[in-house]
Ligand binder design. Structure first.
Ligand code: ATP
Ligand code: MG
Length: 321
């Protein structure tokens, strides 16, 4: 069963540059779902719309168009103006952020941080909450004595564990993990990945794991969505199709992984231009990746490719595939 369903979601922002206002699509016609107990990896480079999508799913903002469903119930529908139903789903859908030092009050102790959702969502007594906090600390690999430490006294990896414990406290069904590893050292990244893997197995929580690091996502994901310029370029519903991914942008992402660097035709050449807001402007009708694509044809500038099924569970939006 689909726990989260994202249906043709668009998010338009307005930005002011050199005294002029531009509107552009940070997320443009994105559809995919997160199945119960599964992890969907969402990858793509900086600015492609990953965090925006995460914020839309937890209901911090509303999409401009489209709909997001949690267990067939609407979290938010296409209207920037409506008040998002954040509170209604706050218990079920929890977000873990990139920089844990930003995500918590540095003057709070671990106990105060983890206790907050218990106060908001349960009618536990102070004594029960205390016991639950200790249980949660153990679950994330911390110690009972850590409960009285202030946020600032933890290392980055330890504080990310506290944040994961806080997210677990409300008994959620889904974690939206927005770059949970990127502010951590490589060795600590592996520990947090292992922790997330254990939690997923033990506690039946579904994940949307947002990252620009394809390798880290591969470790945990059951399905994969590749975004560029606000749009989905390629999508596999089963990670065992990973080696078959062939969109030119996915190929470029793969080329940054040492084991894949020898793939043909994936090096960018000098004439290629980098992504700018132009390809996300409302009136741009081509493929957002056209400026950097080594395999582009004339049609790519003119017409946005539709998402098509290349084989069961494998989809891509590309004119040459
Ligand atoms: N509130 C906002 N107002 C205007 N523009 C915004 C707003 N939030 C995001 N954007 C823009 O939307 C685009 C997508 O941003 P988003 O933060 O979703 O990217 P991202 O994929 O998460 O990138 P990163 O990997 O750097 O975190 C960017 O161009 C960003 O500048
Ligand atoms: Mg982001």
């Amino acid at each position: 069963m689909s726990l989260i369903e994202i249906k043709k979601v668009k998010k338009r922002y307005k930005v002011r540059k050199f005294g002029k206002t531009y509107s552009f699509m940070a997320v443009n016609d994105v559809s995919f779902s997160v199945e119960e107990g599964k992890c969907v990896g969402l990858v793509g480079e900086s600015g492609c719309g990953k965090s925006t999508l995460g914020r839309l799913i937890v209901g911090l903002e509303n999409p401009t168009e489209g709909e997001i469903l949690f267990k067939d119930e609407s979290v938010s529908t296409g209207s920037d103006k409506k008040v998002p139903k954040r509170l209604k789903f706050a218990r079920d859908i929890q977000m873990v952020f990139q920089d844990s030092y930003d995500a918590v009050n540095p003057k709070f102790t671990a106990k105060k941080i983890i206790e907050e959702p218990l106060k908001n969502f349960t009618d536990m007594t102070a004594e029960e909450r205390e016991k639950e906090v200790v249980d949660l600390l153990h679950k994330v690999g911390l110690d009972e004595k850590d409960k009285d430490k202030f946020a600032l006294e933890f290392s980055g990896g330890q504080l990310q564990r506290v944040c994961i414990a806080r997210a677990l406290a409300s008994g959620p069904k889904v974690f939206i993990l927005d770059e949970p590893l990127s502010s951590l050292d490589v060795s600590v990244q592996a520990q947090i990945l292992n922790l997330l893997s254990d939690i997923k197995k033990d506690m039946d929580i579904s994940y949307l794991l947002i990252s620009h690091d394809l390798e880290a996502v591969y470790y945990l994901a059951d399905a994969l969505v590749v975004m560029y310029g606000g749009q989905i370029m390629e999508k596999i519903d089963d990670i065992s199709y990973f080696d078959k991914m062939k969109h030119p942008y996915t190929q470029r992402l793969l080329s940054s992984i040492p084991a894949y660097e020898k793939l043909d035709g994936v090096q960018e050449n000098a004439e290629m231009v980098s992504m700018d807001l132009h390809v996300q402007a409302d009136d741009f009708s081509g493929c957002p990746y056209v400026g950097r694509c080594p395999k582009r044809i004339d049609l790519c500038k003119e017409k946005r490719p539709e998402m098509k099924e290349l084989e069961p569970k494998h989809y891509a939006a590309c004119h040459i595939l």
